[in-house]
Design a protein around this ligand. Structure first.
Ligand code: NAD
Length: 377
């Protein structure tokens, strides 16, 4: 099988975070590699960063997309790992040129942009995967399969959360790069905490349960003095089957790192998963609970999930592997389209989930501005 060639927008510079994580995740299976990129916002810095990475550099995403459209380099997909205000333009340009996109979350800066991407993906029938990393955890995929099989019964209540403590103080004033743009409305959008990690909790509540949010009542707080946007995001949601979901995220929970997870309460069982102990999925049945463990040797994984497992039980697969699984889904979409024989791609979040996430954050911000008034999506 020929190695897939991946392009990257964003990620250059020694103090940047997630571009490098994508580069490692792309390489994990030895079937994909990052070969070209427009890695920074300034053209000279972008070219310099590409040189440092040993890949072909482009001054900006337009030059990259133009070159790919002409066939040199021939990229199989492009990853977008820029701050939120710089997702839409490169994503649209790639889609218009027929290039598959693996896009960071939150999908866009505004709901209008998200709607445009949905149209473009549908019109061009181009693969699009949204990088909600945690959905690549096989245990989160298994949870979704258990719900689909009816193991949980009718869902009555959901709790989904993401607790961090890194923004409990005004880190952005010290010019910490990731804090600076996340707290800046011009670069992050109408919500800091909600857009950044509330969307992960939203995806956990909706993608795992298979339910959609109908309307929300929200309270957003900005605890750190001088901060324009929320650093604490609390939403009560009414789901489309009548269930209630508590979806919350915070960046001011001192001592908490990446405490992401969910509980789903149904008429037959409750599901529970914690990202920081990701190899375990708990199914509470009322009398005897069941614990499912991660491991390629366990037969309870349906084939759709098993083909994403790499190592036997007792070896943690974690963040890089979860993100690598989203690259695997993109790889399978690309190869399937070419007629190659590959296992079926799992339906990881895509452009529709990206639009739903943007609508969810907008409704939460609108509700919070009206003292928690119920607001439709
Ligand atoms: N899926 C996840 O689990 C996860 C985790 C962390 C971050 N993210 C997302 O990844 C994105 C980047 O976050 P980060 O923490 O890596 O930020 P960062 O500030 O560390 O990195 C941003 C990178 O984009 C580059 N850049 C900025 N504007 C650009 C432009 N116009 N063209 C090309 N490059 C440009 C910067 O030079 C930098 O290399 C965000 O959307 C964030 O929400 C997702």
């Amino acid at each position: 099988m020929e190695m897939l060639k991946v392009g990257l927008v964003g990620g250059g510079g020694s103090d940047s975070f997630f571009g490098r994580v994508h580069q490692r995740a792309a390489c994990l299976d030895g079937t994909r590699q990052v070969t070209a990129g427009a890695l920074r916002s300034r053209p000279d810095a972008a070219l310099e960063a590409a040189k440092a990475w040993g890949i072909r550099g482009f001054p900006d995403y337009r030059a990259l997309v133009d070159a790919v459209a002409k066939g040199d380099p021939a990229l199989d997909y492009v990853v977008i790992a820029t701050p939120n205000n710089a997702h839409f333009e490169p994503a649209r340009a790639c889609l218009d040129a027929g290039i598959p996109v693996l896009c960071e979350k939150p999908m866009t800066f505004t709901v209008d942009e998200a709607e445009t991407l949905v149209e473009r993906v549908k019109a061009g029938d181009v693969p699009f995967v949204l990088a909600h990393t945690y959905t690549g955890h096989p245990m989160m995929m298994l949870a979704r399969e258990l719900v689909r099989r009816g193991a949980v019964g009718e869902i009555r209540k959901i709790e989904a959360w993401y607790r961090q403590g890194w923004l409990a103080t005004a880190l952005e004033r010290g010019n910490q790069k990731q804090a600076a743009w996340r707290t800046d409305p011009a670069r992050t959008g109408i919500s800091n905490c909600g857009g950044d990690i509330g969307t992960h909790a939203f995806v956990a509540a909706t993608w795992v349960s298979g339910l959609a949010v109908k309307r929300v009542s929200a309270r957003l707080n900005a605890f750190v003095t001088g901060r324009e946007l929320d650093d604490d995001f609390n939403v009560m949601a009414e789901m489309d089957n009548g269930a209630t979901a508590l979806i919350h995220a915070t960046q001011i929970a001192l001592g908490y790192r990446n405490d992401h997870g969910f509980r789903i309460f149904g008429t037959r069982a409750s599901l529970e998963w914690h990202q920081e102990a990701a190899e375990k999925l708990l199914v509470r049945r009322g009398v005897h609970d069941e614990t499912y463990w991660l491991g390629a040797n366990y037969e309870y994984f349906p084939e759709s999930v098993a083909s994403y497992l790499r190592v036997p039980a007792g070896h943690n697969e974690d963040f890089f592997e979860a993100l690598a699984n989203l690259h695997t889904t993109m790889e399978r979409l690309v190869r399937k389209r070419r007629g190659e024989d590959v296992p079926p791609p799992y339906d990881h979040p895509g452009v529709e989930e990206g639009l739903a996430g943007m609508r969810f954050v907008r409704a939460a911000v609108t509700s919070a501005r009206q003292e928690g008034a119920w607001t439709d999506l």
